[in-house]
Design a protein around this ligand. Structure first.
Ligand code: ADP
Length: 158
């Protein structure tokens, strides 16, 4: 029987951007199933709350097969084990991302050798896109449409 290749794509996704969507589409060429996992840090309040972040992602992944979204509050490797995923996806925009992500990947390998981190490089046209830029634009009334996956509109609840 063929084994389903399942990966977790973890992140804050505050909010999910076209850069994240691009990494997701690349991951779907490699994996049968990708679980987008919104990491919730109970001691850190995000710009968008967890329900808003999940709703934006649900909007973005409409029509894509093999993708689901959920939230989690534990260590990412523990979440991977819990749902039976052996791979974790992280996107890389720059060497700075690599330095940081590589250290995290090595620490994760140490504590959970059965989980592998897979790095996916950003497409050139989206390598400058970040959730931070989107939040800055939102707060200052800038146009964010170019930074979001098609069909997604961000509405902050009061
Ligand atoms: P975290 O707080 O866990 O870094 P983010 O939501 O900021 O969560 O990012 C989730 C993942 O997506 C990270 O691996 C990050 O490097 C990657 N990422 C973010 N923006 C882009 C982009 N424009 N292109 C490729 N990868 C990206």
């Amino acid at each position: 029987m063929k084994q389903i290749r399942k990966a977790v794509f973890p992140g804050s996704f505050d909010p999910f951007t076209i850069g994240h969507y691009d990494v997701l589409c690349s991951a779907l060429k490699i994996f049968d199933e990708v679980v987008i996992a919104v990491g919730i840090n109970s001691s850190k309040r995000g710009f968008f709350d967890k329900n808003e972040r999940v709703e934006f992602i649900q909007e973005a992944i409409k029509g894509l097969e093999g993708v689901s979204v959920c939230t989690y509050e534990k260590l990412t490797v523990d979440f991977c084990k819990e749902i039976g995923a052996k791979y974790m996806i992280r996107g890389l925009r720059s060497t700075t991302d690599f330095e940081f992500e590589n250290a995290v990947a090595q620490a994760n390998k140490k504590i959970a050798p059965e989980i592998s981190t897979i790095f996916i490089p950003a497409s050139g046209e989206y390598s400058f896109v970040s959730s931070t830029v989107v939040r800055e634009l939102l707060v200052n009334g800038g146009d964010i449409s170019e930074f979001l996956p098609k069909g997604v509109t961000l509405k902050k609840r009061k």
